[in-house]
Structures are given as structure tokens and as C-alpha cells.
Design a protein around this ligand. Structure first.
Ligand SMILES: [Zn+2]
Ligand SMILES: [Zn+2]
Length: 192
């Protein structure tokens, strides 16, 4: 997953990479927050060109991972997609202030600023593996849901309401806070 800087010119060159199960395992080693499995190889796209001395990279990532729904705990396939575009300046002899950034510049020939839109490159090759891992991480939901309106599990009997309703439906509260409100009401009444 590398871009040969020396061979770029002012017309965009397209690159594509596939991240298979082996790549995913190596990504997991650097980012333990990623889900354990991919359902399909991850597809990476990148168009690279020179703009004067700078290098512009734009592209995206598409993939399908296996996630566990945060409400009903069912495993489901989640399709994700994320785009990127940034302009890199030659690093010359500048060194990023943060140690992680300095390490990335030495290792990958790529350092990205906090806003991920600008950065520096160094050397004749830019390695995109770490950046792609970060991009995948950004593309995944913080709270996975098998569907937006997943009703989750019954708080009383534990039945999966996404599959079938249970007998305690009418007892079920609308919000997780109504239980707390009930307790608060009891306390208020108890105090009087
Ligand atoms: Zn669900
Ligand atoms: Zn129930």
C-alpha cells in the first residue's frame, strides 16, 4: 500500500489496494478498537498527483465488517465507506512535534496534522497502511446498531424484541429513564 512519489506527475494516477483477512489482522495489532472480523476484503482507492512540490492524495475506503448490535447483541454485517483528501508538503528537515507523528514520518514517509487535511511527506515512497487503518477506524460506528430502530432486548425477560415481541410488552417502559423516574416518584411520595 505505497505510493511511488518519484513517478507522480501533475496528472492524477490511480492506485487501488485490497485489504484481506491477513491485512486486517495486522491492522488489529495496531488498533485493538477494530472489530474482530471483516466479512469481505476492504477496498482502498487513491488518486495521487503532484501539485508543484506538493503531493495531493485523495480516495476512499469501502468495506463490510461483522459487528455486534449494541441493543439486541445480534451479529450483523455493517457496510462502511469513508473518503479522504489531503495535500502533503515535503517535510525537508522538519520533525513533527509529537513523537507519534515523528515516528510515522520516519516509518511511512507520511505525517498528517490533526485535521487530516494537510501533512508532510518524506522520501520516495509514501506508505498508506497506517493511514488506511485510521480511516477504517473513523468510518466505523461508535455505537453499532443492526438497524436504526432496533428495539433491543426486553428489560424484563431478555427476549430479543427485534425478532419477536414477548408477553411483558405492555409493562415495558418507553425509555430507560422511566424506571429511574418511577423510583424518583416513589422517593418523593415516601418523603411526604
Ligand atoms: Zn439490534
Ligand atoms: Zn419480555
Amino acid at each position: 500500500m505505497k505510493i511511488p512519489v518519484d513517478r507522480l506527475n501533475d496528472a492524477p494516477t490511480s492506485f487501488s489496494f485490497e485489504g484481506d483477512a491477513n491485512w486486517w489482522r495486522s491492522a488489529l495489532a495496531t488498533d485493538s478498537g477494530l472489530p474482530g472480523e471483516i466479512a469481505e476484503p476492504v477496498q482502498f482507492r487513491c488518486r495521487a498527483q503532484r501539485i508543484g512540490e506538493d503531493v495531493q492524495l485523495e480516495g476512499g475506503v469501502d468495506g463490510v465488517v461483522e459487528l455486534e448490535c449494541g441493543r439486541c447483541l445480534a451479529r450483523y454485517r455493517h457496510r462502511f465507506s469513508e473518503e479522504f483528501r489531503f495535500v502533503l508538503e515535503p517535510a525537508r528537515n522538519r520533525v513533527p512535534a509529537d513523537p507519534e507523528g515523528a515516528e510515522a514520518l520516519a516509518r511511512d514517509g507520511l505525517y498528517l496534522g490533526d485535521e487530516l487535511e494537510t501533512g508532510w511527506f518524506r522520501g520516495s515512497e509514501i506508505h498508506l497502511g497506517s493511514m488506511f487503518t485510521e480511516l477504517v477506524s473513523l468510518a466505523l460506528p461508535v455505537k453499532p446498531l443492526c438497524r436504526e430502530d432496533c428495539p433491543g432486548l426486553c428489560a424484563r425477560c431478555g427476549a430479543n424484541l427485534a425478532v419477536a415481541s414477548c408477553g411483558c410488552e405492555e409493562m415495558k417502559s418507553d425509555s430507560p429513564f422511566s424506571v429511574l423516574e418511577g423510583i424518583r416518584d416513589d422517593l418523593v411520595r415516601g418523603g411526604n
